[in-house]
Design a protein. Structure first.
Length: 193
């Protein structure tokens, strides 16, 4: 089965103004190695539609989205857990008798890691860089009144306006509504076209 047959789509193909910086397709991530075969973002169709609405809202303000991570195969989640076994930052993957019984919402294609960019595609200041596994990345940690705190609050505001739920320990992570209703997948990401 392919990702599109499982109901996943690529939001950046539907709206090319959405920028991609899929870090796990590079060595610029906490594993220090390339984990994905391609820098592509797949999400459940409903989650993607909501993200496109966020992008439309941001474009009216001269801003936009840059996506760091979307769907993640379960086998990659298992590899991440071996490197960072801390549920504040990596969802614990559990298989019982070969069946996935506990997973990240990324494994369901229902979570997105995202930041804001200006009209020229430059990232806006945020509390930390992506995948900063410290308390500085927690939503409540940004210095009140700082530019980073304002940008993080704006990102949260536009994402929650479309039903996304923020993760308290990562300013960049948002779960789509109904994410638990989707089954976790361990389908491979396709290579670049």
């Amino acid at each position: 089965m392919r990702l599109n047959e499982a109901g996943l789509v690529e939001p950046a193909r539907e709206d090319p103004t959405i920028l991609l910086d899929i870090r796990y397709a590079t060595a610029n991530n906490f594993t220090k190695q390339k984990v994905y075969p391609s820098a592509r973002c797949f999400l459940r169709a409903d989650i993607s539609r909501r993200l496109l609405k966020v992008q439309a809202l941001l474009r009216k303000q001269g801003l936009g989205l840059k996506l760091y991570d979307c769907y993640r195969p379960f086998s990659v989640q298992e590899a991440f857990w071996r490197i960072m076994p801390d549920e504040r930052y990596v969802g614990k993957p559990v298989r019982e008798n070969g069946v996935i019984v506990k997973s990240s919402r990324h494994n369901r294609g229902a979570a997105v890691d995202v930041t804001l960019v200006d009209a020229n595609g430059r990232e806006l200041p945020m509390p930390t860089g992506f995948d900063d596994f410290t308390s500085a990345a927690h939503r409540a940690s940004a210095k009140p009144g700082s530019v980073a705190a304002r940008n993080s609050a704006l990102l949260e505001r536009v994402m929650t306006s479309q039903g996304f739920e923020p993760l308290s320990t990562e300013w960049w992570h948002f779960d789509g509504p109904g994410s638990e209703d989707y089954s976790p997948l361990d389908l491979p990401l396709p290579a670049d076209n």
